[in-house]
Design a protein around this ligand. Structure first.
Ligand code: KE4
Length: 436
């Protein structure tokens, strides 16, 4: 038995599925998840000493890879003065000023502890500001695990093909309307029926929880126009896209102004941080300056703020050069994987936006949840394990994204594509056998 197997057996006795978040359990791909001992740059090392090139990067937060010195130094310095006070501190102001300076049209921000909390709070703000109850979300988009958003959700819900989560009351889900991503007509018809009751549309500007599905030309602009026409708010869930597509996230990248935006992942630099932001007249309605209540014991935790602030400062220092580098790496990797599949007669569809991409084992366009679900998840499973056994650590699900970092090197790319060549050849061999 490997140490990971021993730990996984122990973990399953005390943690549901042996994990603290479902996608980590390898449910969709099988096998034992490597228990990670440490990370350094683009690499992670498991408890059995195996090294992997990491393309999960903690599901997006680690834009500069594992243990960037600037973040570690900021955390070390801050924690020597205390871990948490439950009282205002300077670094919270500095973090809020930094975010506001980087985010188009956002005048105030409130820190929370996760992306789930950020989106949940953003929607409470939308309901409070508009006095309306209904929310429109998209099938296959994932916005965290708050009750009203676990309706036709993506990520782990899609991966484990749970219809919807048990435990969510009908009442909690009743005000959530679902439309199809990249299909404005499905949004229009919901507004024709419920327009006056709809507080907001919540959308992942680039869907990344059914695999990566970029918005088609005009889709986001169409959502903006529908919100304006009906007096609803446009909420961008930028937990993944925020600070990953551009310093100003998807709002900057697409030039579209959301009314409220939710953040997570990168703004914590690997520590538990979420945030939501909007213009001043909205945010002033949040307690204690207004009647929309939201709170948190560890919100704005100084050590987490120090990590996030260090990471955002590194983004500011590097500017567009950073995004050119991230996109360049992702482009070469995506093209290399696609070419390797094509040369071996394996049907794949590769979707990429900026440095975010996914390889779907699918032979047609993937522009919505229905098409994503047509992917060959058995083939993905073989691909995943073929890459893992060659030291390439991908998300253990067809319905997640590849996350690259500024720490990934040309050497990593070469090793990744060499492994993919071997795996695609294996898949071709299997395909030939099946066709006999
Ligand atoms: P957290 O509560 O997990 O910090 O954020 C929820 C969330 C909200 N919005 C978007 C667009 C997200 O992608 C997420 C969380 N992402 C998943 C990965 N697709 C987190 C991984 C996990 O659940 O363990």
């Amino acid at each position: 038995m490997t140490e990971s197997e021993r730990l996984f057996a122990r973990a399953q006795a005390v943690l549901p599925g042996g994990v603290n978040s479902p996608v980590r359990a390898f449910g969709a791909v099988g096998g034992t998840p490597p228990f990670i001992q440490r990370g350094e740059g683009s690499k992670i090392y498991d408890v059995d000493g195996k090294q992997y090139i990491d393309y999960v990067c903690s599901w997006g937060p680690l834009l500069f890879g594992h243990c960037p010195q600037e973040v570690l130094e900021a955390v070390r310095k801050k924690m020597e003065n205390g871990l948490s006070f439950g009282a205002p501190s300077r670094v919270e102001v500095e973090m809020a000023e930094m975010m506001v300076s980087m985010l188009p049209g956002m005048e105030m921000v409130r820190m929370v502890n996760s992306g789930t909390e950020a989106v949940m709070s953003a929607l409470r703000l939308a309901r409070g500001v508009t006095g309306r109850d209904k929310i429109v979300k998209f099938a296959g988009c994932y916005h965290g695990h708050s009750d009203s958003l676990l309706v036709r959700a993506g990520s782990g819900v899609l991966t484990d093909s749970l219809p919807d989560s048990m435990g969510v009351s009908k009442a909690a889900a009743a005000d959530t309307l679902t439309a199809e991503y990249n299909q404005l007509s499905s949004v229009e018809s919901l507004f024709e029926q419920h327009g006056a009751e709809i507080a907001a549309i919540v959308v992942e500007p680039v869907a990344a929880n059914m695999g990566v599905i970029p918005p088609q030309e005009g889709f986001l602009q169409g959502l903006r126009a529908i919100c304006d026409r009906y007096g609803a708010l446009l909420v961008f869930d930028e937990v993944i896209t925020g600070f990953r597509l551009a310093p100003g996230g998807a709002q900057e990248y697409y030039g579209i102004q959301a009314d409220i935006a939710a953040f997570g992942k990168i703004i914590g630099g690997g520590m538990p941080v979420g945030a939501y932001a909007a213009r001043r007249d909205f945010m002033k309605q949040v307690a204690p300056s207004g009647g929309i209540y939201q709170a948190g014991t560890l919100s704005g935790n100084p050590v987490a703020m120090a990590a996030g602030l260090a990471q955002l400062s590194m983004i500011q220092d590097r500017g567009d050069r950073l995004y050119q580098m991230l996109t360049g790496y992702a482009e070469k990797m995506a093209e290399g994987l696609e070419q390797s599949a094509r040369e071996n007669g394996i049907s794949v569809t590769v979707n990429r936006e900026g440095s975010l991409f996914s390889v779907f084992f699918h032979d047609g366009p993937v522009q919505n949840e229905r098409q994503a679900k047509e992917s060959d998840t058995q083939r993905f499973k073989h691909y995943f394990h073929g890459m893992l056994s060659r030291g390439i650590y991908l998300a253990p699900s067809q319905f997640e994204a590849v996350f690259v970092s500024a720490a990934h090197t040309q050497k990593d790319l070469e090793k990744t594509l060499a492994a993919a060549d071997e795996v695609m050849r294996e898949l071709a061999g299997l395909q030939a056998l099946q066709q006999k």
